[in-house]
Design a protein around this ligand. Structure first.
Ligand code: PA5
Length: 357
């Protein structure tokens, strides 16, 4: 597909209407935040730590939350993406478990083990076993059914941030200015913004036949991770992400000597008011890429608040991934192999259960 400006042609590839889902991003985030921030939630007495458990499209909200609130949150927050629960989880732990389907093994394992150790559970799910567990043994915050998990990020992340607000882990909340800034930014990356003025379309074109890499720093490091995961799942492309300053201490060496540099496209995710020490590192990386002639581009989130900049970054990388999919003639919605994996994992567990019964 050569054009991203012909709605008819886009619809033929985007059969399940991922672009239509992206259209509701800002409203979905704001309404989910509002609903969850008014929920009656209580952290355990003497709260000692917070654990956010979730995988893939549901788990990324944990990285975003931790990045945004860890400086102000009175206790440590860890993000768990595995079956294993750290020793520090106990009766003074708050477990925020996020699974869109409510049936993801790793997330359920953490939620169940947390409850067994006396932790307080808040489960965010559209249904499934997590919904049941959270209703019986904690609090359940619903998200609407009918989406691909990763496409429900505005609902999942809005609910997670709203819950953190209700639990007094953060004072962070969207305001009218953030809403204005987000809506105007959304218009610049939406399908109605033509190719030349649309940074997401331009980036998608530049990376669609290359190996894309996202770099972010601080608050935008989880956005770089989201960008990579969205290219994996929506565009079905291999991609990677890394973060500064750490990547300056290892991957920089590989970029300075990279063979076949035109195979890659590096997208640097930067932000207004970036700390000068981080800015100098980005500038150095850019000079290294230029010297080696590695194709690259910079996206700068300009919103006045940190939350606004994170949300602008998310909108940017999400649109890039869907445009890249459409340019490659790929329907962004289905992720059959993940469904196959989950079915394959469920099969032996059922056999063991029936042998026991
Ligand atoms: O986007 C996806 O479909 C995946 O990354 C899922 O989010 C992941 O497999 C976890 O599933 P769930 O979000 O239902 O817990």
């Amino acid at each position: 597909m050569r054009t991203l400006n012909a709605p008819e042609r886009l619809r033929r590839v985007d059969r399940s209407n991922m672009l239509g889902v992206l259209d509701g991003y800002v409203d979905a985030f704001l309404s989910s935040f509002r609903r969850a921030s008014h929920a009656r939630l209580a952290a355990p007495a003497g709260l000692a730590n917070v654990v956010v458990a979730g995988m893939g499209g549901s788990g990324i909200g944990g990285n975003l939350l931790a990045g945004l609130i860890q400086a102000e949150c009175p206790v440590p927050i860890s993000v768990l993406k595995d079956y294993t629960v750290p020793g520090a989880v106990g009766p003074k732990t708050l477990v925020l478990a996020v699974s869109y389907s409510g049936n993801t093994e790793e997330t359920l394992a953490v939620a169940k083990e947390g409850v067994a150790r006396g932790a307080t559970l808040v489960g965010i799910a559209s249904g499934g076993q997590l919904q049941r567990l959270a209703r019986e043994r904690g609090r359940h915050l619903p998200v609407p059914e009918g989406f691909q998990p990763r496409a429900a990020l505005p609902q999942l992340f809005g609910t997670l941030l709203g819950a953190a607000h209700a639990l007094r882990l953060t004072a962070l909340a969207p305001d009218a200015r953030l809403e204005d800034e987000l809506r105007s930014f959304h218009a610049t990356v939406a399908p109605t913004a033509g190719d030349r003025a649309n940074p997401a379309k331009k980036t998608a074109r530049a990376l669609k036949d290359r190996f894309p890499v996202y770099y972010g720093a601080g608050l935008l490091a989880p956005v770089a991770l989201r960008g990579r995961c969205q290219l994996n799942e929506n565009a079905k492309m291999l991609a990677r992400n890394d973060e500064l300053p750490e990547a300056n201490h290892n991957e920089l060496v590989a970029w300075a000597a990279v063979p076949d540099p035109r195979r890659y496209f590096m997208s640097l995710l930067r932000q207004r008011d970036e700390p000068p020490e981080v800015g100098r590192r980005f500038d150095f990386v850019m000079r290294t890429l230029e010297r080696r002639r590695v194709p690259h581009g910079t996206f700068t989130a300009e919103a006045t608040s940190e939350l606004g900049r994170v949300l602008q970054g998310l909108l940017f990388v999400d649109y890039v991934s869907v445009y890249a999919a459409l340019l490659r003639g790929v329907d962004p919605t289905p992720v059959e192999v993940i469904t196959d994996l989950k079915q394959a994992l469920a099969r032996p567990a059922r056999r063991v259960a029936s042998r026991r019964s």
